[in-house]
Design a protein around this ligand. Structure first.
Ligand code: APR
Length: 356
């Protein structure tokens, strides 16, 4: 996964470089700066003394010394005042200049803390949004794995609105495992007893007035295949052929149908190139569920198409899984921003989308 959000102590991470949220003197301090200097040992301070400080928004490189990381990229975040003093621009420069320095040095793995989100007082949800925005843009255009290290849960804050919306969506749908069978059989019984002319759980035909809140995965309607050319009516043998295609075949077909390149698709899916070539070369490849869902998001499938696509990988979506419900929330709201989805999955302690 090119962008991973992890909970960790950045000083323990074995990567090419960790990024330090330093002060302009580069002579150490508290927070993550203090932790890095303590873990790296006194040689770090000696090297920092030779650098002559660092301007806010800029980045400078030193060795990692006793750290598991080979190098440290020191950057200085803005002190947040009122958001009107150019703080956002400076914070974005921290990420851009650090990533540009990492790319110049040929680093393949880099770990960031949430710059300025501690002592420098940047509102955490905005600091997170800026970090994810800058890093995700970068990894879409570079082959690098970037970790966004969240040290403590409270420093990880989704925007309040998003958190409230997703929580409400889950509460409306979440059924515990043991209740799921009850609600499905009750639904089936109600359907048998009071058969609705156009509602049959077997055929997945839904009442005209509204979609049922719970769609048993095996009854989701088959997604009508995309027309073979603009405006053409999908033909029966194309539909039958799709029934038999594997996950990998379906993925490659849909990439072509949507006019995407392989790279556009796997980068949007937050999947690395190596995994994608495994899927491409093995028609029977079975991806993990987060990877299969990541490709559904990258292809911007609707909910029915997503269920159909996942079934080809051997997975069903259900309301007894918070992961599935969060995915349903984003797909039903047409939000295919995989990094925003991952922030939310992370906030709910769920697996993240991308290569696993
Ligand atoms: N690993 C990962 N993240 C950490 C760690 C750690 N060991 N320790 C702290 N953090 C997180 C904090 O939870 C916060 O989210 O790093 C983020 C940045 O917090 P600070 O370290 O306070 O950095 P910042 O807000 O940029 O302030 C920098 O503080 O320590 C001084 O010398 C530093 O003057 C500079 C200022």
């Amino acid at each position: 996964m090119p962008l991973q959000i992890v909970r960790n102590d950045i000083t323990t991470m074995e990567v090419d470089a960790i990024v330090n949220a330093a002060k302009r003197s580069l002579l150490g301090g508290g927070g993550v700066d203090g932790a890095i200097h303590r873990a790296a040992g006194p040689e770090l301070l000696e090297e920092c003394r030779t650098l002559g400080g660092c301007e806010t928004g800029q980045a400078k490189l030193t060795k990692g010394y006793r750290l598991p990381a080979k190098y440290i990229i020191h950057t200085v975040g803005p002190v947040y005042q009122d958001g009107q003093q150019g703080e956002e621009k400076l914070l974005r420069s921290c990420y851009r200049n650090s990533l540009a320095l990492a790319a110049k040095e040929g680093f393949e793995t880099v770990a960031f803390p949430l710059i300025s989100a501690g002592a420098y007082g940047y509102p955490r949800d905005q600091a997170l949004q800026i970090a994810v925005g800058e890093i995700s843009w970068f990894v879409l255009n570079h082959d690098m794995t970037v970790y966004l290290v969240v040290y403590d849960r409270q420093s990880f804050q989704l925007s309040k609105q998003l958190l409230d919306d997703v929580t409400e969506f889950i509460e409306e749908r979440y059924v515990r495992e043991e209740d799921a069978s009850v609600s499905a059989s009750r639904l089936a019984r109600e359907t048998r007893e009071a058969p609705h002319p156009c509602y049959s759980i077997r055929h997945g035909v839904f009442p005209k007035k509204k979609k049922p809140s719970f769609v048993p995965p095996d009854s989701a309607p088959l997604a009508a295949p995309a027309p073979t050319s603009v405006g053409a009516v999908p033909n029966l043998d194309a539909m039958l052929k799709q029934l038999d295609e594997s996950f990998s075949q379906s993925l490659l077909r849909q990439i072509d149908e949507k006019g995407m390149t392989d790279a556009q698709c796997y980068k949007r899916a937050n999947v690395d190139r190596k995994l994608f070539s495994k899927i491409r070369s093995n028609p029977q490849y079975k991806p993990s569920k987060p990877t299969a869902v990541a490709f559904a998001v990258a292809l911007e499938l609707n909910w029915a198409e997503t269920n159909d696509f996942l079934r080809k990988a051997g997975y069903a979506m259900s309301h007894s899984s918070k992961f599935d419900i969060i995915i349903e929330y984003f797909i039903q709201s047409g939000n295919y921003n995989i990094f925003e989805i991952n922030e939310t999955l992370f906030a709910f302690d769920q697996s993240l989308l991308g290569s696993h």
